[in-house]
Design a protein around this ligand. Structure first.
Ligand SMILES: NC(=O)C1=CN([C@@H]2O[C@H](COP(=O)(O)OP(=O)(O)OC[C@H]3O[C@@H](n4cnc5c(N)ncnc54)[C@H](O)[C@@H]3O)[C@@H](O)[C@H]2O)C=CC1
Ligand SMILES: O=C(CO)COP(=O)(O)O
Length: 317
């Protein structure tokens, strides 16, 4: 059995995909009313139109949701508290399915798992994939990062699903950084399009944003190939160009001067702040991330942000 903790859009979509491979899967939601609703209707309001297979077991009883392999599908800033509240997760294979950098510690999901539960085998499943696409059975390719190669191979086999091709790497740092930082650049791209700055501006932000992602990844010891793979470049292109992305839509709203539903999960906002803090302490240049933070904090107008980026000293590409 595989367990999925967190019955939001992504956790539910992953449970659907795993169930498709005839794997027994238990989906845990902390709220019993959410579990009852899924049980009764075989629907999750976060994944409209998707019917949840009979082979998924729903529970709010944590002990019933425990298995050897546990997928953690809660937002990044909630990961630590989930692990701290459930020490019985120690010793298991814990697969982070969230994208971000933790505020305060500036750690990614794998590092947070290691920090809280050093006995666990930490992994991350990341890459370009919208929950709705996965749940509908559309083709998707993901990156699975596990430091130990043998553990990675075993896990890769267990996470197989007819519509998901899982690639493997041992570079957990690169995989977690790519997935986290692309959300910041997606916000910047949404802002640019929302403010009417045009597709050329978006292409510039994606490309120079990618350079920023690589700079930080290199400084933290990631392999450059990981950033050019699914979890970096792949996810960047998806998220910066699709209105299915919440980070991109959040940026669009900012650019248009509209309000955005605060209950929607937008990982890039906290991650921009956390990544910028890390960049400052390590002296890494991240001007787009800095501009996103300044716009979010109301310290910079959007037009001024673009002008500031264009007015930076001339340099080689
Ligand atoms: N939705 C998508 O298309 C994709 C999402 N992801 C990542 O998955 C992670 C989760 O996102 P979504 O599922 O989309 O968000 P969501 O907003 O749909 O769901 C988050 C879920 O986490 C639960 N939750 C929050 N705090 C919790 C806690 N302390 N304990 C237990 N449950 C808690 C909420 O009740 C909610 O059900 C994010 O890091 C996101 O970047 C990754 C790829 C695709
Ligand atoms: O990570 C994602 C796609 O790979 C989902 O993006 P959003 O969180 O912006 O919706």
């Amino acid at each position: 059995m595989i367990s999925v903790l967190g019955a939001g859009a992504f956790g539910t979509a992953l449970a659907v995909a795993i169930a498709r491979n005839d794997n027994p899967v238990t989906l845990w939601a902390r709220d019993p009313s959410a579990t009852a609703l899924m049980q009764d209707t075989r629907q999750n309001p976060r994944l409209p139109g998707v019917s949840l297979p009979e082979s998924i077991t729903f529970t709010s009883d944590f002990s019933a949701a425990l298995s050897e392999v546990v997928l953690l599908a809660v937002p990044m800033q909630k990961l630590r508290s989930l692990l701290q509240e459930h020490p019985e997760l120690a010793g298991r294979t814990l697969v982070a399915c969230c994208k971000g950098v933790e505020l305060g510690t500036q750690l990614g999901p794998v590092a947070v798992i290691r920090d809280v539960l050093p006995d666990a085998i930490p992994a991350i499943l990341t890459g370009p994939s919208f929950a709705a696409d996965i749940a509908r059975g559309l083709p998707t390719a993901l990156t699975l990062a596990v430091a130990d190669e043998t553990a990675g191979k075993n896990l890769q086999r267990r996470l197989k699903s007819p519509n998901i091709r899982v690639y493997r790497t041992t570079d957990t740092v690169g995989a977690e950084l790519g997935g986290a930082l692309k959300n910041v650049i997606a916000i910047a791209c949404g802002i640019a399009i929302g403010a009417g700055l045009g597709d050329s501006a978006r292409a510039a932000l994606m490309t120079r944003g990618y350079a920023e992602m690589q700079r930080m990844a290199r400084a933290l010891g990631a392999q450059p190939e990981t950033l050019s793979g699914l979890s970096g470049f792949g996810d960047l292109t998806l998220t910066c160009a699709s209105e299915q992305s919440r980070n991109y839509r959040f940026g669009l709203s900012l650019g248009r001067g509209e309000t955005f539903d605060p209950t929607v999960t937008v990982e890039g906002a906290a991650t921009a702040r956390a990544a910028l803090d890390r960049a400052k302490t390590m002296n890494i240049e991240m001007p787009i991330t800095a501009a996103v933070v300044a716009v979010l904090d109301g310290d910079l107008q959007i037009r001024d942000a673009m002008e500031m980026l264009l007015a930076r000293p001339p340099k080689e590409e």
